[in-house]
Design a protein around this ligand. Structure first.
Ligand SMILES: [Zn+2]
Length: 178
């Protein structure tokens, strides 16, 4: 199901052979690689060929991109530490996304990049471990859009937490209050 979510995203075509458009794609790919993006994410979000992406990845990181598909499982987001981090990240993301201009065709991606920078810089400043990787953060809104995850309000603290969409929401208690 996750593969469908990824493939559904329209690839942004590089107009003709515009050098400027390609430079823009390379800049975006570079920013994503520096945030720790995996190959599958880079292929979904940029119009660069796999060969170009792999070459760029090696140039920036000095290593080949890790092989293998992204995890399609939502379970990771529900365990204690990841749930706290993904709920925190999602609240930042929701706010940042709401400020994105309507004409931004990459609003979701740009909001993800900004939110992830805020999330990771805040944790670094407090010497806290960054539990949520950029690639995991990128899958979050997709799992929401696909109807796999949603936010539940905790009965105790009234905070919003990432939860499975199909579950009964009455008497929901978050991982912190539990
Ligand atoms: Zn709670």
């Amino acid at each position: 199901m996750f593969a469908d979510v990824v493939n559904e995203r329209a690839r942004v075509p590089v107009a003709g052979k515009s050098v400027i458009a390609e430079v823009r794609e390379i800049r975006l790919a570079e920013a994503l690689i520096r945030l720790g993006a995996r190959l599958q994410l880079l292929e979904a979000e940029t119009s660069l060929s796999r060969e170009r992406i792999v070459k760029l990845y090696r140039e920036i990181t000095g290593a080949s991109p890790p092989k293998g598909m992204l995890s399609s499982s939502a379970d990771w987001f529900l365990t204690t530490q990841p749930n706290i981090h993904s709920s925190l990240f999602h609240s930042i993301y929701r706010k940042v996304r709401s400020f994105m201009p309507d004409d931004d065709r990459r609003a979701t991606l740009n909001a993800l990049i900004k939110s992830y920078q805020l999330y990771s810089e805040t944790l670094k400043a407090h010497d806290e471990e960054i539990v949520l990787s950029f690639t995991r953060a990128w899958t979050l809104p997709r799992l929401f859009d696909a109807g796999v995850l949603r936010l539940n309000i905790c009965d105790c603290c009234r905070g919003r937490f990432v939860a499975l969409a199909g579950e009964d929401t009455s008497d929901f208690v978050c991982v912190l209050c539990m």
